[in-house]
Design a protein around this ligand. Structure first.
Ligand SMILES: [Zn+2]
Length: 381
């Protein structure tokens, strides 16, 4: 393994800004990073497919495939980064900077570094044909909408059976995380003079009942679903923000509540909608008030790879660590939907992600190369 190669590739990747943000003014697109990866992989013999993201001309996924057969391996990650506040950085976030055994740069650990290391790791396997495909899969928009991974339902990863999502876990294998559902409830009543309740229909009164109902639902979900692998073993439901009314002497005409539900593996996001609706409908009917429910973002399914699946057994053996669970969401459920046994495992620490002076520790590189090479040997050779 040549550390210099990893450093020079990572320098190039960090140099190409690919911030994704739900704020259109900060959103950049990832196409430059995708093209750079393709430019490195094509000369190595990979078949390159760049899959545009519908409606986003500057965004794409990359599926780069070497070899054919069945039972192969996908090395997957996202090419976008979160936005950054460069005034809080001690070096240029877009110029990879080595200091004290660390590589500082935006995306160095989350997760452009994984691609640089993966490409260096696969080089010894170019000499003779593989018995099953090795696929480098790079996505757009993981940090915002996950639209890249969502559009992968159309991707062709035929011949692959296993996937590593190289998110920063300090190279500890992770085989489960919770799902996320974010909802908004808008109650529209009628305002009027506060001196007589009959002059209006109070949206805040109705919201109070809705919230009580949701707290009841929260308890029911916690009784029904538990997963001992998580530090918070039950699903959660958090009221995040609420806005309603304007003046104390006016009946509140409108009230809006935003909340999220973190689901445990085994829960069905679609079923949640009807459970929430069951809370809302009786309140709306009893109070003759309008209650609307909407998704604030497309939901993300919970993810779990069975503890006895082949890939979990292999990476536990290779790393000497039992597979755990992570507190953050990843693209893993989308790779499972493609029929791949999927593990989340990569270099760097999530503690350094999404904040100023993000870095990848240099000592993460060699162990990552070792694990990836052992996996390629096992699944592709
Ligand atoms: Zn990430």
């Amino acid at each position: 393994m040549n550390t210099k190669n990893v450093l020079s590739m990572l320098t190039e990747l960090v140099k190409l800004p690919s911030v994704s943000s739900t704020l259109p003014s900060r959103d950049m697109g990832n196409i430059k990073v995708i093209e750079q990866l393709a430019n490195w992989l094509e000369p190595l013999g990979f078949a390159i497919r760049i899959l545009p993201i519908a409606g986003s001309p500057n965004k794409a996924n990359l599926v780069a495939t070497l070899g054919s057969g069945s039972g192969g391996l996908v090395l997957a990650g996202h090419t976008d980064t979160v936005p950054c506040d460069d005034t809080l950085w001690h070096s240029d976030p877009f110029a990879l900077t080595e200091r004290d055994g660390r590589l500082y740069g935006l995306g160095s650990t989350d997760m452009k570094g994984f691609f640089a290391i993966a490409i260096e790791a696969l080089k010894p396997f170019l000499e003779k044909p593989l018995s099953a495909p090795l696929i480098i899969l790079a996505t757009a928009d993981e940090e915002s909408s996950m639209d890249g991974a969502r559009s992968l339902v159309h991707a062709d990863v035929s011949g692959a059976r296993y996937a590593v999502v190289g998110e920063p876990t300090g190279l500890k294998p992770m085989r489960a995380h919770k799902g996320i559902v974010m909802k908004g409830i808008t109650i529209t009543g009628r305002s009027g003079h506060s001196s007589n309740p009959l002059l209006g229909n109070n949206a805040m009164d109705a919201m109070h009942e809705v919230m009580s109902g949701l707290m009841q639902l929260r308890q029911e979900l916690a009784l029904k679903y538990q997963h001992p692998g998580f530090s918070v073993p039950t699903p959660t439901l958090n009221f995040g923000c609420i806005h309603g009314g304007d003046n104390p002497n006016r009946i509140c005409g409108q009230c809006e509540l935003h909340f999220d539900i973190r689901t445990t593996p085994g829960m069905d996001n679609g079923e949640l909608d009807s459970l929430i609706q069951k809370v809302l409908t009786p309140v709306a009917e009893r109070r003759a008030i309008n209650i609307g429910l909407r998704a604030l973002m497309p939901g993300l399914a919970a993810y779990e790879e069975p503890e006895n699946s082949d890939i979990v057994t292999l990476v536990e053996h290779l790393t000497g660590q039992p597979a755990g669970t992570v507190g953050f969401a990843t693209e893993a459920p989308f790779f499972q939907q493609l029929g791949l046994q999927t593990i989340v495992m990569g270099p760097g620490s999530i503690d350094q992600a999404h904040q100023p002076d993000e870095y990848m520790a240099l000592d993460q590189i060699q162990p990552t190369v070792d694990v990836l090479q052992a996996m390629i040997k096992r699944y592709c050779q």
